[in-house]
Design a protein around this ligand. Structure first.
Ligand code: FA5
Length: 348
């Protein structure tokens, strides 16, 4: 019997030596200590022994069992330590002097188009003005000839604050302040008013591929003696050919805005569908981009400028739509979504 236990022990040590991993070790444990393992099977032979041999046999097998269990525990510890060391060695070294491998962001398409428009108009002598997003009813409507209860207000529902102020619906809301800011230089020094004012606008309206509730416009005004529609058309054409780097098909049609007389709608041939018609242009092939016109005498008067002496033009460029056309963005709502993967593909 003693011989059997020592053979078993040798077999165990032989297998233990070949163990390379924790799963190998578990197989060995099951083979020797498991319910149907060699040691358990050996123990079963006790019933065949004479009573006086049973005790010694039991003790010998139990010693073997303890030894095997102890060796397995030692090996488990050793293998776990090896595993930890391997993982530690596999970790890349952290070098604090290495430059950070951060992905660089890119400018939003609207920012790019806005900057480009600003450069074009600056090069033609316009100043770039900044204006708030929260304005008074007077600035947004009354000062541009849209008194209370005027039907034109229906087109521009917006978000009102409890104090009566509102989120501006159009960059035209800055016109009155600009006239007042520069009228002295115009009247006393003969310096024409030439200003653009880009800004975010808000409207309470249903969204679709070419309408958002939050979008950007860029207003432009020029006031001097003898300003005419030809000046307006020249600046519009120059701006568009500079932004697109080529001539773009546009059309001018009559449009009504209470603050211009006469007023026009300047539409651009849809660059998404090439004029065939698609959701981005409401299937018309044309996109309303830049309404404009000659500033209404009443609006000049409210800005402190004598309309008998001075005339001017104004335009309200839809900058978000311009960005859509320039970058081939089919749905305006992509521009307000915060998905950087989406936006990055439109920018250089
Ligand atoms: C106006 O807002 C006038 N203030 C423009 C103006 C200025 C006319 C000066 C004459 C003189 P309109 O509501 O059409 O007009 O908007 C102007 C442009 O802003 C539109 O042609 C369009 O390009 C853009 N726009 C208007 N509403 C939205 C909207 N919900 N989403 C995206 N772009 C819009």
């Amino acid at each position: 019997m003693a011989e059997k236990t020592s053979i078993l022990k040798e077999q165990f040590l032989e297998r233990l030596e070949k163990v390379k991993s924790l799963s190998d070790l578990d197989e060995v444990r099951v083979a020797f200590l498991g319910k149907k393992g060699s040691i358990s099977e050996l123990m079963k032979e006790m019933k065949n022994l004479a009573a006086e041999e049973k005790k010694a046999f039991g003790q010998t097998v139990n010693v073997l069992k303890d030894e095997v269990a102890e060796k397995i525990a030692e090996k488990t510890k050793e293998l776990k330590e090896q595993e930890i060391e391997r993982e530690n060695n596999a970790m890349p070294e952290f070098d604090v002097s290495m430059p950070a491998n951060l992905e660089r962001g890119s400018y939003h398409p609207i920012t790019l188009v806005q900057r480009q428009c600003e450069d074009v108009f600056r090069s033609m002598g316009f100043t770039v003005e900044d204006y708030g997003e929260i304005v008074t009813d007077y600035e947004c409507f009354e000062a541009v000839n849209i008194p209370k209860h005027h039907p034109a207000r229906d087109m521009q529902d917006t978000y009102y604050l409890e104090n009566g102020q509102l989120l501006k619906t159009q960059t035209s809301a800055a016109q009155n302040a600009i006239y007042k800011k520069y009228r002295d230089a115009l009247v006393n020094e003969g310096r024409p008013i030439k200003a653009i004012f880009p800004g975010r606008c808000f409207r309470n309206e249903a969204t679709d591929a070419c309408h958002e509730n939050t979008f950007f416009q860029m207003e432009g005004v020029m006031v001097d003696k003898n300003i005419s529609i030809s000046n307006l058309i020249f600046f519009m054409k120059t701006m568009l050919s500079e932004v697109f780097g080529r001539d773009i098909k546009v059309r001018l049609r009559p449009g009504y805005f209470p603050f211009v007389e006469p007023g026009f709608e300047l539409d651009i041939n849809c660059l998404i569908c090439g004029g065939e018609g698609c959701p981005s242009c409401k299937n018309s092939g044309w996109l309303e981009l830049c309404p404009c016109g000659m500033i209404h005498p009443e609006v000049l008067r409210m800005g402190g400028i004598d309309p008998e002496e001075y005339t001017g033009f104004a335009f309200g460029l839809g900058m978000t739509r311009l960005a859509m056309m320039k970058y081939g963005i089919k749905d305006i709502r992509d521009l307000n979504g915060a998905d950087l993967r989406n936006l990055a593909q439109f920018t250089e």
